[in-house]
Design a protein around this ligand. Structure first.
Ligand SMILES: Nc1ncnc2c1ncn2[C@@H]1O[C@H](COP(=O)(O)OP(=O)(O)OP(=O)(O)O)[C@@H](O)[C@H]1O
Length: 393
């Protein structure tokens, strides 16, 4: 757990970048800091690993004031990922990933073996290990940046706009990859972005900040979409909040009907289209185990008869969701959200937490071991735990 208690940062020129910030980033969860340019997101993030020291209040890491931990020790347990990865240009990919293990004194064979394992984990081909950063695409470099931050298995990851420099398609796949990794690794992640859609997709909890470094609202993404605290948050969230909110409602509660005769299937039970006298018409599918109500509605809207086709993991039809069945779930959702019990958490936003592991016993990581852009190094540490909310995206 990372706790901000009345944290303020006033720079030497008098700029108040962060003003009396109090919040908690739970262990094993992704907490996103989001807000317009200059609202103090990066300053807040860097105060956690003491690249910047707070001028007021305190930040606790599992109950311990970070100012009582010397920065190299602190950073052993905190991985750090930045925009454009910040890789060392003259080091091969494998050695970039092994940077921290080398600093920790691991022998070369073990460090490289760990690096290869991580490259695979972030979805990179082993053949890329021998290349230099300039020989990789932007998306591949970002993956290397994530692998490097994970190299010594730190319990905490700080990610500062890590996917901002890549195109939207690559960005989506990096986000998906991060969620997949997180479901395995359950790190305590603080993620900075100015993109509210990214925040809503990735965050278990989202802290919306306003310029002047003040917290505007902190909530699970579903609550944020349903109940923005004020006009600033409402405006920042943008349009379509109601529709986007449906992404957090699981499709598994939708009542499925038997497969009707007018749905044509192939020999293995996969859908071909809706039969009409004029031929087969388009259909839409959703997977009740994995998808959200939004996906099911989208599937229904793709078909002229308004019926969504439910499929299993292999794409085989397991039933259909009629308009009535979708209406039922929408109705339940509306009932839940028109009469909220004051202060009661949404069932789909119940956030579990658990204790982090104790700091590791690795040697010092020198402060000057910074990336080529002058940022602090990716630093190592031990492992810990998690949580989550319904379907995302
Ligand atoms: N070293 C510094 N000295 C003085 N002011 C600074 C310094 N670093 C940042 N600031 C100011 O502090 C405020 C917050 O900056 P910060 O970089 O934390 O914002 P941000 O939300 O991360 O912005 P962006 O999304 O544009 O990266 C801004 O007004 C910025 O100009």
């Amino acid at each position: 757990m990372i706790t901000f208690e009345g944290v303020t940062k006033r720079y030497d020129d008098g700029t108040v970048a962060v003003d009396d910030l109090s919040l908690e980033a739970p262990t094993g969860a992704i907490t996103v800091f989001v807000g317009p340019s200059g609202c103090g997101k990066t300053t807040s993030l860097r105060m956690i690993n003491r690249m910047i020291d707070a001028t007021g209040g305190r930040i606790l890491l599992d109950g311990q004031d970070v100012r009582q931990i010397d920065p190299p020790t602190l950073r052993r347990g905190i991985g750090y990922v930045i925009q454009q990865a910040g890789l060392f240009p003259h080091r091969k990919i494998v050695d970039n990933v092994a940077t921290v293990p080398y600093l920790l004194g691991w022998d070369k064979k073990r460090a490289r073996a760990r690096a290869m394992e991580l490259l695979e984990r972030v979805g990179l081909d082993a053949a890329l290990a021998r290349r230099y950063p300039f020989q990789l695409s932007g998306g591949q470099q970002q993956r290397v940046g994530v692998a490097r931050a994970l190299a010594a298995d730190p319990p905490v990851l700080l990610m500062d706009e890590p996917f901002s420099a890549v195109d939207p398609v690559v960005r989506t796949s990096l986000q998906d990859e991060l969620l997949r990794l997180q479901s395995d690794l359950q790190k305590t992640i603080v993620f900075v972005t100015h993109d509210i859609d990214e925040a809503i997709k990735l965050g278990d909890t989202v802290a919306v900040m306003r310029v002047g470094g003040r917290l505007a609202q902190m909530a699970g993404p579903a609550t944020l979409l349903t109940e923005p605290a004020d006009d600033f948050v409402r405006e920042f969230l943008g349009r379509d909040r109601g529709i986007r909110r449906l992404s957090f409602i699981p499709a598994k509660d939708i009542r499925l009907a038997a497969v009707p005769a007018d749905l044509a299937l192939d020999a293995s039970g996969r859908p071909l289209g809706w039969r009409t006298t004029g031929g087969l018409l388009p259909y839409g599918t959703f997977n009740p185990e994995r998808d959200s109500l939004r996906a099911a509605l989208d599937a229904a809207l793709l078909a002229v008869n308004g019926t969504a086709v439910a499929v299993d993991e292999d794409g085989r039809v397991i039933g259909v969701a009629t308009r009535e069945a979708l209406d039922e779930v929408l109705g339940q959702y509306a009932a839940r959200h028109t009469t909220p019990a004051p202060g009661s958490p949404r069932p789909e936003e119940a956030h579990g937490t658990s204790a982090a592991a104790a700091p590791g016993s690795a040697p010092e990581v020198p402060a000057e071991a910074s990336g080529p852009d002058g940022h602090a190094p990716p630093d190592p540490g031990p492992g810990d735990h998690t949580d989550g909310e319904g379907p995302r995206g």
